[in-house]
Design a protein around this ligand. Structure first.
Ligand SMILES: Nc1ncnc2c1ncn2[C@@H]1O[C@H](COP(=O)(O)OP(=O)(O)OP(=O)(O)O)[C@@H](O)[C@H]1O
Length: 245
């Protein structure tokens, strides 16, 4: 077993392959994510992003390759991986018929927090989001933007080392997306590694480094500034179009 303290990397992926029958969804992916980094994972629909995230989170076994997350091999120690990460899926996992507090309590309990820890962390989350007075509101009464911000906070209730966000801001307006990114920056400033997929190319500019997946392959991996320089363009949107068309 590998110890996280010996590596500068939160995520190490070597030659990751995932096949569904004859179809290759992830084709020999190799990359590292540094600790504390905001790492953007871009690609068109069907490029293989969600498949890779599920493997990195220990939710799906790779066909071959080596994947070490938070210091643990996802094949041999998926439970230790899960304890050390947070995951916010596309269909984020809040329970609509439970209240805000009940959702936080549920996820806190799943991660083995004590009642006291759950109360403290719930207060911290609600204060930060300005939702202290709303703790008894049902999730289904919240706007999509609030659900997303809460789902992100709940995904970090157990203070994970890494948090995986699969299209966390899809479907909301630019102001709400910007607010969501403020939460991401705060988490990164606290030392949490952020692995995020998005279809919004303006959000790619907020990442420390970005990888662009095309048909299961990594086509590019660098800082937004270097990618724009490489393609001699002004925006990540143009970088993306250059790589995917
Ligand atoms: N369980 C599965 N069985 C068969 N094929 C699958 C399975 N899961 C994903 N795929 C296929 O693998 C490819 C990659 O899917 P994936 O969901 O990883 O893409 P994505 O980049 O996350 O796309 P999107 O942006 O639409 O979420 C797609 O062609 C998809 O149909």
């Amino acid at each position: 077993m590998k110890d996280i303290n010996t590596s500068a990397f939160a995520i190490e992926v070597v030659d990751l392959v995932k096949k569904f029958g004859n179809f290759t969804a992830n084709d020999h992916l190799t990359f590292n994510v540094r600790r504390g980094e905001i790492f953007g994972f871009l690609g068109a629909n069907g490029a293989g992003k969600t498949t890779a995230i599920k493997i990195l989170c220990g939710l799906m076994a790779p066909t071959s390759g080596q994947v070490v997350v938070a210091g643990y091999n996802v094949m041999t120690h998926p439970e230790l991986v899960k304890q050390n990460i947070g995951y916010m899926s596309q269909k984020f996992s809040l329970y609509e018929d439970l209240t805000i507090f009940e959702n936080i309590r549920l996820y806190g309990a799943i991660y083995g927090l004590t009642a006291n820890e759950i109360r403290q962390r719930s207060d911290t989350i609600l204060r930060k989001l300005g939702l202290l007075k709303d703790r008894s509101r049902l999730i289904k009464t919240l706007s999509l933007g609030w659900k997303q911000k809460l789902a992100f906070s709940v995904a970090m209730v157990h203070h994970p080392k890494i948090v995986f966000l699969d299209e966390p801001t899809s479907g909301v307006d630019p102001v709400t997306r910007r607010q969501f990114w403020e939460l991401i920056y705060e988490a990164a400033a606290d030392g949490i590694t952020i692995f995020v997929t998005t279809h919004y190319l303006d959000e790619a500019e907020y990442c420390d480094r970005v990888t662009v997946m095309v048909d299961g392959h990594i086509k590019a991996l660098d800082t937004p500034a270097k990618l724009k320089k490489q393609f001699n363009v002004d925006t990540m949107n143009e970088v993306f179009l250059n790589l995917t068309r």
